[in-house]
Design a protein around this ligand. Structure first.
Ligand code: NAP
Length: 362
């Protein structure tokens, strides 16, 4: 029997190519993983009637750990994002997105080492929405007017932004515990509490209550999200661990990914009390599907996070070291890295050749 069984969801678009590369690299370290393949994505709609079959959820519930490629969310198709659904179904309330500098990426910033902890289950991603013109939207608009809560134009679509004490408490506590366990010194809570008094205001109040428990062990501060974005690009050294409600976390983590070289190298993890689902920050990049072009580094770094979670730290560090070497050498790199370093994609290698180069340096 294998030491670990992990659910592997290849996803769609570039997902199958980058997860194949990831699997080859992880297997080359000798870590004993039995991969249980499970499917998710729009291509299942016809055969199974859902993009996220119960069998996939059950596989994760059984194995506790999953790693996935990206899954396309067709615009206007009516079905909710598989990724959002997974996070809600398994109560994966933390989205961990580290952003750190690697050599040879041509990134505008060096020496970045930031941890983004994004709340993953509420805020504008809660999925409580009312379509423009629907009787429900009409009722809600009337309710707000009747209660003196404010006038909403009658032709509005409405998305609610629920933020709870429970949701805020657990994500901020998780960020603080992560900071302590990983030798970090500062946690910054990010919000727009000056405008959104009852949602972000609650997040901020709870954040400070949690932060107070860590007094003397961690520095705790807050930033308004817009000032935080400017601060990040001007003085990133002022930040360490950031904890944010869902939407700001999504946006700020992409800013941080851009600072260290782009989406092709940004890893992520969705973590709850029982389950962990590892996935890169980027999407399915449909235009590169099947072309053996996509950069698998983000998926490989995602596997590094997974291996650390499985306490396979030696294999994790070997993969990270090999990626550093390949990127620093700058020859066997994918189109995106070549383009940013030389202004042209000439001489780049494909997804699988890049994985070969990483394997050679393990
Ligand atoms: P995207 O798939 O992340 O791609 C946007 C651009 O980022 C690509 O065109 C490419 O830029 C670059 N990029 C992304 N991944 C890369 C990689 N591995 N290697 C090199 N370059 C990479 O974003 P999108 O086009 O907005 O979204 C496509 C679909 O993915 C949507 O349906 C979206 O809903 C879904 N999505 C899924 C997840 C997930 O499964 N967790 C997350 C985000 C989005 P260049 O063309 O400039 O090289």
């Amino acid at each position: 029997m294998s030491k670990h069984t992990v659910t592997l969801i290849p996803g769609d678009g570039i997902g199958p190519e980058i997860t194949t590369a990831m699997r080859r690299v992880v297997e080359a370290t000798g870590v004993d993983i039995n991969w249980e393949i499970a499917e998710a994505g729009a291509h299942l709609m016809e055969s199974v009637g859902t993009p996220l079959p119960e069998s996939t959820l059950n596989s994760i519930r059984k194995n506790k750990v999953a790693i996935k490629g990206p899954v396309t969310t067709p615009v206007g198709s009516g079905f909710r994002s598989v990724n959002v659904q997974l996070r809600k179904e398994l109560d994966l309330f933390v989205n961990l997105r580290p952003a750190f500098s690697l050599p040879g990426t041509g990134a505008r910033y060096q020496d970045i080492d930031l941890i983004i902890v994004r709340e993953n289950t509420e805020d504008l991603y809660a999925g409580v929405e009312f379509e423009e013109g629907s009787p429900e939207a009409h009722d809600l608009i009337k309710f707000c007017a009747d209660k003196g809560a404010g006038a909403i134009r009658s032709d509005s679509g409405i998305s609610l932004k629920p933020i709870s004490i429970t949701g805020s408490e657990r994500v901020v506590a998780w960020a603080c515990e992560y900071a302590l366990a990983n030798g970090r010194s500062k946690v910054t809570a990010v919000h727009k509490a000056n405008i959104l008094k009852y949602s972000d205001g609650l997040f901020l109040k709870v954040a400070y209550e949690v932060g107070a428990r860590y007094e003397g062990r961690l520095e705790f501060e807050d930033r308004i999200v817009d000032a935080c974005c400017m601060g990040l690009v001007m003085r990133p050294e002022e930040f360490d661990v950031l904890v944010l409600p869902n939407l700001y976390g999504d946006i700020v983590s992409d800013i941080c990914a851009g600072m260290v070289g782009g989406l092709g190298i940004a890893p992520g993890a969705n973590i709850g009390t029982e389950y962990a689902v590892f996935e890169p920050v980027h999407g399915s990049a449909p235009k590169y599907e099947g072309k053996n072009m996509a950069n698998p580094t983000a998926e490989l770094l995602t596997a590094v996070l997974m291996l650390r979670h499985l306490q396979e730290t030696e294999a994790a560090e070997r993969i990270l070291g090999a990626i550093r070497e390949v990127l620093a050498e700058g020859t066997a790199v994918t189109y995106d890295i070549k383009r940013v370093n030389t202004g042209s994609t000439d001489g780049c290698v494909g997804t699988s050749q890049y994985a070969d180069a990483v394997i050679e340096r393990l």
